[in-house]
Design a protein around this ligand. Structure first.
Ligand SMILES: NC(=O)c1ccc[n+]([C@@H]2O[C@H](COP(=O)([O-])OP(=O)(O)OC[C@H]3O[C@@H](n4cnc5c(N)ncnc54)[C@H](O)[C@@H]3O)[C@@H](O)[C@H]2O)c1
Ligand SMILES: [Zn+2]
Length: 359
């Protein structure tokens, strides 16, 4: 169990093989009510919905099950509106928790519903992807995409509890697991050299989804995300460190049209690019990019890809919403386990970083 401690709120992240079976009793101890809503995408609902529902019913909840089609393209206000209608028709009350069972798309969408339905109801996260377990379910950022851009409409709404059951990852496609591992490597490079050593040493059991090893991996990652969020709930400072690799990564996603290269794969490439840029800028040793590349490769993530030309990539980086003024601010490693912010990278350094990952 990992605690997330914020100025006005505190909650636990329970990481245990089999924890989904205890969803009902945990929910009842934190958000007692006659009814609750269980929100999932249709794919997760088909695989794990019955187990979650049975656990909630065993704790005497009357469960309203609501599903929507899977995929990032459904993280929209239309999906939210459809869910509002179902909750209103069923007369769900202010005390009734909204339970998100799914990946980051479900968590972000259901969380936005929970933040706004009746001006806010208790929100329970049951992440079912590795990315959602180690990243999106913790921290309280919820929201949806609009045609103008991703995650532009949203809120901060912290969950009352997060329940991560590594056993549900057994049905997750390997490619999705690997994408979550890219975020784990990111966390290790930002703050925790011993986590980096752990992932290096345990890469095989992790890829085999050995439950206790994955639980340990998730707990250690949640502890990092929780620490960063505790220090900076609303992203005015240190929370920006979580963007390591993402300035490069978002440019890769944007220039390849959000599809052929998945987010976690773009993050893996972006991490390598950021490490190369840091080494060339004199911030870290030259062995940092080599070690990061070797680990990502071992985990089955791409370490090079066909990329657009430098000018196109640079334009995409400038459009990224994290860019202030005209200078691009980068999060860069100073060693494995520590980062710094820099906005003075030479264009030649950025080009060399792209070259390091261009196929
Ligand atoms: N709120 C935050 O702080 C935050 C942080 C990072 C990412 N995000 C968001 O998270 C989203 C990405 O999350 P994701 O990668 O989990 O995507 P996702 O929710 O779309 O899940 C990926 C796919 O896996 C399927 N799936 C989920 N769990 C499964 C399981 N156990 N077995 C089989 N299939 C399963 C889903 O149906 C989906 O098709 C993005 O929208 C991103 O913006 C949010
Ligand atoms: Zn990411």
């Amino acid at each position: 169990m990992v605690s997330v401690v914020l100025p006005h709120h505190r909650y636990e992240v329970i990481v245990e093989p089999g924890a989904l079976g205890r969803l009902g009793s945990i929910a009842r101890s934190i958000a007692p009510a006659d009814r609750c809503a269980l929100l999932s995408d249709a794919r997760v609902a088909a695989l794990h919905g019955d187990a979650a529902r049975a656990a909630l019913e065993a704790a005497n909840y009357d469960v309203l099950v609501t599903t929507f089609p899977p995929g990032e393209t459904n993280k929209t206000l239309d999906t939210v509106r459809g869910i509002y209608d179902e909750l209103l028709d069923a007369r769900l009350e202010r005390r009734s928790p909204v339970v998100a069972l799914g990946g980051g798309v479900t968590g972000d969408t259901a969380g936005f519903v929970a933040a706004t339905y009746l001006r806010g109801v208790p929100f329970i996260q049951c992440p079912t992807t590795l990315l959602a377990m180690v990243d999106s379910s913790v921290g309280g950022k919820v929201g949806v995409n609009v045609p103008q851009g991703k995650n532009l409409i949203g809120a901060f709404h912290q969950p009352v509890v997060v329940i991560a059951d590594p056993l549900v990852l057994s049905t997750l496609p390997l490619r999705e697991t690997r994408c979550g591992l890219a975020e784990c490597v990111k966390h290790a490079v930002i703050r925790d050299a011993s986590l980096f050593d752990f992932i290096e040493a345990e890469a095989d059991p992790i890829l085999r989804l050995e439950p206790e090893t994955v639980a340990e991996l998730v707990r250690r990652n949640v502890a990092i995300k929780a620490a960063v969020v505790s220090e900076d709930e609303r992203e005015s400072g240190v929370r920006a460190h979580l963007n390591l690799g993402h300035t490069f990564g978002h440019a890769i996603e944007a220039t390849t049209g959000y599809g052929p290269i998945q987010h976690g794969e773009a993050v893996a490439l972006g991490l390598i690019a950021a490490c190369h840029a840091a080494a060339l800028h004199g911030l870290c040793d030259g062995d940092v990019p080599q070690r990061v590349r070797a680990l990502l490769s071992r985990l089955g993530l791409p370490v090079a890809a066909p990329l657009a030309d430098d000018a196109t990539l640079l334009a995409a980086m400038r459009l990224d919403k994290k860019v202030r003024d005209t200078r691009i601010r980068f999060v860069l490693p100073t060693e494995i386990g520590a980062v710094a912010m820099r906005d003075d990278l030479e264009p030649a350094t950025i080009s060399a970083a792209w070259s390091a990952i261009r196929e």
